[in-house]
Design a protein around this ligand. Sequence first.
Ligand code: FIX
Ligand code: ZN
Length: 409
Amino acid sequence: MHTLRQTVTEIVQTTPVFDIHTHLYDPAFGELLLWGIDDLLTYHYLIAEGFRYFDMPYEKFWALTREQQAEHLWQALFLEHSPISEACRGVLTVLNKLGLDVNRRDLPAIRQHFATWKVDDYITKTCELANVRKIAMTNSPFDDLERPVWERGFTRDPRFVAALRIDQLLVDFPGAVPKLRAWGYEVNADFSGKTAEEVRRFLADWTKRIDAQYCMVSFGPDFQYPDESTTTKVIERCLMPHGREHGQAFALMIGVRRNVNPELRLAGDSLGLSDVGAVERLCAAFPDNKFLCTMLARENQHALCVAARKFRNLHVFGCWWFMNNPSIIEEITRMRLELIGLSCTPQHSDCRVLDQLTYKWAHSRPILAKVLADKYEDLAATGWEPTRAEIERDVHGVLGGALEAFLRS
Ligand code: FIX
Ligand code: ZN
């Protein structure tokens, strides 16, 4: 006889997940899809940690090849100190799940192993190891490496779905204007003339071209709504009507302070406390639009859950970036289940390197199982015994099914 906890653990392990936010790419994007040991070791989370120990100047590190950077990171983070941080542990989980003997501490042997893989097979292997059924990419028309691939067209890999990322449109409209004009959209920085309808045409064209599942932006902690800014104008006059016309949700990732240390490049972003009230005002002003939201500061999580209790058009998701550590994931997941039940998506991976799917899901599934099992045991203690079918339904929901239903609604 299985205990309730064993049943929950087994179901959480075996239910395939829809990973709703990553920075991975359909293999048609070639080199944009990162994978393998050198990309794993040069993940920006590890670069930030490496500089805690390096004494070399920043420029010297950036001048190295990717392989040399990986070697320095391996040396400092794995050989000279035990790799106990979550991001370091992740690399070892990936290697271990691939069947490699991490105990040998042998980077050349690990590299040899990766050299034997072909990318398509490796995607299949990784999706199997991570038990991932669908991966949402982050797709920006403003990215000069990515845009030409979409414009050329390609046969889509059904495992990868698109999300339309529009940071520049919302946080740097004057910078976006010359680009939009060059692409044939008649927009003006002062929002005069046909600007609003042309931005909507741009959003509609890209939504169709990439089959965007939702539209997404990241904001700093200073994000406000409403205010006198162009951001508010773009939201009110372009994004909201576009969202209603196309039934498309608007995902907000709020709280990132970009470039607090520019020397660290992609690893140089930090966080700040945001105003959940701005999200509430957005949800209240546009009850016929759908919003997804995740926040970067731990201190914002409780208020965000309360906001979701007030607005059914708000779906809370993920433990983003600095929140993606076991102790915090457990705390936040528990709080969300207690406040908003199963109507949320506790986790996304935010992978930048394909292999990370393996560790991000291997690390978060047991936490989800533990928290869910506690909750089902509390139910059982009242005499309400959850059936296997009910648990399967719930787990499918929190591993992406609830979000799919929200997007369809
Ligand atoms: O803006 C984002 O989507 C962030 O997730 C990234 O910019 C960030 O660099 C990251 O990889 C966090 O996990
Ligand atoms: Zn991201």
